[in-house]
Each structure stands twice: as C-alpha cells, then as structure tokens.
Design a protein around this ligand. Sequence first.
Ligand SMILES: [Zn+2]
Length: 234
Amino acid sequence: MFNSLELTGRCSTHVREVPELGCILHAEAVPQALALRAAARAVGIELAIVSSFRDFDRQMALWNAKYSGARQLLDRDGRALTHALLSENALIDAILIWSALPGASRHHWGTDLDVIDRAAVAPDYRPQLVPAEFGSNGPFARLDAWLAANMAKFGFFRPYSTDRGGVQPEPWHLSFAPVAEPALAALTPQVLSAALAASALHGREAVLARLPEIYTRYVTAIDPPRVNLPPRPF
Ligand SMILES: [Zn+2]
C-alpha cells in the first residue's frame, strides 16, 4: 500500500489535492473525509481542515528551526525553555513532545488531519490548536463531543487523545484508521532510520543513537482506533 518514500513523506504519489476540502489527503481517505464533513455540516458544525498532508522537508524545516533555537521551545506545560541550557537529548525531547520526528509524522501518510469548527468562531479567528480550545469552555467543545460520538462511523479516530508519556494530547488530530493502521505497521525503525540517515536533520546522529526508544515513545504509543477495520487486500 505504501512504499518507504511515501511512508516517510519523501514523495507524494499516495496523496491528492481535495479542492472540496482545501487540503491534500491519501486518495483512500477522501470519500470518508467528505462524508464526515457532510455529517458534521448537517448538525451545524463546519469542519475545517487546518493541516493535512505534510512532507518530510517541511517537517524537517520545523525541526531544524527548533533545534537551532530559531524557534521557541516549550516544556510539557507550555512554558518557554531556554535553548542554551538544554543538553542535546533534552533538546530532542523538548521538540518531540510538540513536533513529530521528520519521517515519523502521521501527516506524511495523508491519512491524518487537524480539524476545527469554523462555525463556532469569528471569521478572523486564528486557531491555536491547544487543548483548551477543545475543553468544556473552549470554542470547539461541541466539535469535540460530536467527534467522540461520530467519527468512528467514518473510520476516524484520535491517536493522541490521552497523555501516554510521548506526544501531548491533540484532540484536533484525526486519523483515518483503515489506511493509517497499515501505514504505522509498515513504518518500522529500519525504514525510519534509513530516511533519517539520508537527511540533513539537525541532531541526526543523536536521534539515530536513541531511535528505538524514540520510536516506542513517540511513534507507536498512540490511543488505538475504536473502529472495525475491514480486511484489506494487499
Ligand atoms: Zn496533527
């Protein structure tokens, strides 16, 4: 279903532009993403996709900006960290709790999307994608409840809904299980390691040295889908 370049976001042969949604998704996720949006619209929720497919180079530009100190680093509580005071490994962890390792972002697959409810905010509202927006007093509380009750019918789940000690909870991040689950299974440490070794990632050697631990903590430690996956022909 995926080759190693697709799995690690180094090509875009598995995704396509979806003008109706204003985003780029895996071809097999498109019909259900459209159905999800139509169902939300029927109850007054305007599902807007603020992030979808993202390639390796874009993820690496973000990583390298944080690694070099050009972009602010935050701790788990959202407090600013001082770049100069961090060891290389502390720096890597500080990046990983908020940003995926290039090659290991679920957004590389085109199966994952970050959503908000445009009907719940003013037209000029700039979403911050923080948990408070999806909390009971946030503008997206209704979207949050609607997704919890309805997304599984369309094959979607939230891989980062609880704090599992790796990636911070991201209630806005949806994943299309029928394609994302096989992608996760195919993204082995070997595939990831080969992609990183061929890259210009800042801190590459330090990352590669602790890749098994990073892989367990930040790649596979997700909340599993609660949807019934149809058998797939490979
Ligand atoms: Zn996301």
